[in-house]
Ligand binder design. Sequence first.
Ligand code: SAH
Length: 221
Amino acid sequence: MEGPRLNGIGMTSARTRERLVQRLQEQGIADQRVLDRIRNVPRHLFMDEALASRAYEDTALPIGFGQTISQPFVVARMTEALLAAGEVLRVLEIGTGCGYQTAVLSPLVKEIYTIERIAPLLGRARRTLRELRIRNVNFRHDDGNIGWAARAPFDGILLTAAPHSVPQALFDQLKLGGRLIAPVGPEGRQELFRYTKGESRIDRQSLGAVSFVPLVSGLQR
Ligand code: SAH
């Protein structure tokens, strides 16, 4: 299975990956399943070869079309927050981007439904995940603001782009007791929240300050 892209840096970077995992642990990531995914998912395959040497730094990096691959710490934090309450079967992800968050989460849940508004990014993510033999992901080119009603309800929803406030449609597509993890707010002043859907209200807990690209409307071909 290992083509040239899967060897090379993938093998030589074992030490830098280990350093990254250690750093995330020091910063409070405790879920061993999540740390194992950060260790094992070849992040360099999700970015331009020109940037691959920086793939195991804990930083966001450009992936084209004005978008970024999320910072590993934030991916770990969001994944951990989503999984903390117990078994999560079906997840909706808004903002596939390069598919790195999708890949980290994929074996920890049953099915992922992921939506991206920029067609070429979605196509590339689809190819990368196929190359990694990740098969429990359903892709959709659409505006994530409206969610994916035909496949609702979801046990968990992840937004990897920041709205000013979470669209009601997404809360509607969340199961009772389900969790929605989202960065919220204008650029430069965003906070990561975990929302839990209850019988009569939605509970909100802050997970700290973050920096994401904005959730925007409409499609790009
Ligand atoms: N999840 C990615 C990060 C993606 S960056 C990772 O693991 O690295 C956020 C992505 O959200 C971008 O690709 C952007 O195009 C997408 N996005 C922004 N607004 C969107 C919308 N309304 N619907 C779907 N995707 C959207």
